[in-house]
Write a protein that binds this ligand. Sequence first.
Ligand SMILES: [Zn+2]
Length: 446
Amino acid sequence: MKILFILTVFVLAVSFNPLFAQDKTANNETPLRIIAFGAHPDDAELKAGGMAAIWAAQGHKVKFVAMTNGDIGHFESSGGALANRRLEEVRECARIFGIETEVLDIHDGELEPTLENRKKVARLIRDWQADIVLFHRPYDYHPDHRYVGVLVQDASVIVAAPFFTPNTTPTKRNPVFLYYSDNFLKPYAFEPTLVVGIDEVADKKWGCITAMPSQFGDLHSWQASTLPDVPKDDLGRKGYLLNIVKQRNESIAVKYRNRLIELYGNEKGSRIQYAEAFEICQYGRQPTMGELKKLFLLNVQTKNKPEKVIPWQDGSLLLSAELGKGIGPKIAYMPEESAFGWFTAADKVEWEVQVTDPGTYAIYLDWSVSDDEAGKPFILETKGQQLRGIVGPTGSWQSYKTIKIGNIILKAGTQKLVFKPASKFKTIGDKGALLDLRGIKLVPVN
Ligand SMILES: [Zn+2]
């Protein structure tokens, strides 16, 4: 009787808290719990497979969910047979990444932003007790992608509400929601909050792509049927399609090189070949950049090491805060943000730049400022030229923006560029600052 009682208590204890009666991470921390929604059985794999493998390798818990079963995305087969094949394919990816996966039984091309589906999404987030939720932006090309965006956004506010889908446990606090990268420009372009280098796990990602022939291998797979110049022979075609996925991850690293350098430091950031990118959603919890970096295991503390800026492969010059020289009474480099903060009109930052392609450069400013501190004038100066502007609002000190502020002409050789305030301003207590500057990007015009 006593044994039975102990046994019952033990079983109850285990079954009561199935999610948390588990192991620790490599660093002996409580694992993070990440859930990533894709419209089809390959979307989360394509957009976040590398990051998932990085989390999983350190003992964090990741789950991919395909909101539809992918039963029409092929030019030869369809229906239950194709859906089952795709389920097996993402299961193999999950095995490679070390994560869990689930495919909902909704027809491909038929996902709708209904209350029923909102509840499904909320239950999945709650059951997983997610800290981080990844998903498509609601501006993506495919209706299923867009509705995943809408459904997750609509679920974001209610996952912590005790009486919504009350048969599931609310999340302890609101998770952090982030979008996958895409190239759609309307109504506005993707703006990366985090860009993650995936070189160390790239082979796992390519292994997953190879494990999905219904998407990236068959003669009549979607990709082979819709992309130009796809080879007809099996081996050639598979290599060609895999290469396209590699190129997409490579182009993310190239496009957001400045963010990689800001996040990883110049040395590592400039060498990363493959990347994935994520943008914070304005719904859900809004962590500081320091906390966000921890959530994505970016434990790099950059150091300010003034050094000559040399052109990147595409000719652009990345004047990161890390490489700039702070001059003035209160200029401060912030390692967590990889940015300079300004507090007096006498503060400035100077970069030494190696110009090999003389000519016109478009100037992009990467900065943040709170709305009440915005509006002060600045100058970007190089020999014989001044580019003047006003520091526009970005919403908060935590949210950075990158915007083109004008052009300058650079001569060949070593130049100095200086960024500084254009007028005096008063600092009272912690009030009165110009901006936080992460960097300035110079892109050759033609
Ligand atoms: Zn898709």
